[in-house]
Design a protein around this ligand. Structure first.
Ligand SMILES: Cc1ncc(COP(=O)(O)O)c(C=O)c1O
Length: 386
């Protein structure tokens, strides 16, 4: 039900399919492979650090930009992994998850009527934040069955009104990691059209086989026009802590901070020292988690194949896509609504991530960041469909 007072600006902010599917999961006691959160915790030393911080009284407003040890750890992480140097005093902002970093960045730079080019399917907060700013999203398809970026479509998406391009790689929901050729073309167009680049890199460490995440900011001419956004949620299996960050030039970070202070003011005091420690000392844990996730990917892929589906093997993220037409469903929404009732499993239809819904119609997204016994139980239940 919507109120007659509802602002036009937030028209895309309706109850999401995630809420509908999670409610269905509870009502039908389904195995939930819908929402993307892991069911195991991050490194023990990180959890201990947060407990210790609460016990030590780290429970009041931290500094607006985040505590310096965390900003230093974020900067060191960028330098160690990518050779990208950021000044922790002026070029790092701690936010309430990547979601707030994205919202604050879009609100800081997008005016009504401005266009934001983004990879479609889009993560759902992009649409809401662009709408809040009064901007217009312009999708560039990563469409099935190949889910590759069409460079001609990308080039055609830029107009005089383009203010920014928003890139997500590794990409939710397709699991695509953009290639070096894709990154080079995005960089070329961003410079040619003189636009801001916003990079959502929350899955930066969740890449598989020989796929590697390369931040766009590493390309010549890009660091000064790029806001890199990431978060501890996916990397350290702590999606509920909501510690994220933005990295960019002092000028851009100041503008984003100005907006952030009126969204949440500050973020999660006792979690900040814990994430600082995880960033500083957690590389080995992250590598093990990545390998574990790759095995889960292969486990779910084999299971889905055994029930007659043909999964698109993701290069990154913790999501896998299938076309559900072989099971007699040309429409993923109908499939996902029936699935909990027919066999007690929840998945998410791709369509909800698209403006051009027809392109996403037959596809369904499955999260594999779950315990092996949970994945196995899901596959056992799916056999009822065959
Ligand atoms: C592509 C993408 N960006 C951002 C987020 C949100 O990150 P956070 O929980 O740190 O706000 C998610 C979470 O699912 C995501 O998939």
């Amino acid at each position: 039900m919507s109120s007659p007072w509802k602002a036009e600006r937030v028209r895309s902010a309706t109850t999401t399919i995630f809420a509908e599917m999670s409610a269905l999961a509870v009502a039908t006691q389904s195995v939930n492979l819908g929402q993307g959160f892991p069911d195991t915790d991050g490194p023990e030393f990180m959890l201990d650090e947060a407990r210790a911080a609460i016990a030590a009284g780290v429970n009041q407003y931290p500094p607006g930009r985040g505590i310096l040890p965390l900003r230093q750890a974020i900067a060191d992480h960028a330098s160690r992994h990518y050779g990208l140097d950021y000044d922790p005093e002026t070029e790092v902002l701690v936010t309430t998850g990547a979601t707030e970093a994205l919202a604050a960045t879009i609100l800081a730079f997008v005016d009504p009527g401005d266009e934001v080019v983004a990879l479609e399917p889009f993560y759902d907060s992009y649409a809401a934040s662009i709408d809040l700013a009064g901007g217009r999203r312009v999708g560039v398809g990563l469409f099935g069955p190949e889910f590759t970026l069409d460079h001609a479509e990308l080039a055609a998406a830029f107009t005089e009104r383009t203010k920014a391009i928003l890139i997500n790689s590794p990409h939710n929901p397709t699991g695509v990691v953009l290639s070096d050729a894709d990154l080079a073309e995005i960089a070329r167009l961003a410079i040619e059209h003189d636009v801001l680049v916003i990079c959502d890199e929350v899955y930066e460490h969740l890449t598989f086989d020989d796929a590697q995440h390369r931040p766009l900011a590493m390309l010549p001419g890009m660091r000064e026009r790029t806001v890199r956004i990431s978060s501890s949620g996916k990397t350290f299996s702590a999606t509920g802590w909501k510690i994220g960050w933005a990295l960019s030039t002092p000028e851009l970070i100041s503008e984003i901070t100005a907006v952030k202070q009126f969204l949440t003011f500050v973020s999660g005091a006792p979690f900040q020292p814990a994430i600082a420690r995880a960033l500083n000392e957690g590389d080995a844990w992250v590598e093990q988690a990545r390998l574990g996730l790759q095995a889960k990917r292969d486990r779910l892929a084999a299971g889905l194949r055994s029930v007659g589906l043909d999964p698109v093997i993701p290069q990154g993220t913790y999501f896998m896509t299938t076309d559900v037409t072989p099971l007699g469903y040309p429409d993923g929404v109908a499939f996902c609504r029936d699935l909990p009732v027919r066999c007690g499993v929840v998945a998410i239809p791709h369509q909800v991530f698209y403006d051009r819904v027809a392109a996403g119609r037959p596809y369904v997204r499955w999260a594999f960041c779950k315990r092996d016994d949970v994945l196995d139980e899901a596959v056992t239940r799916l056999r009822a469909l065959a």
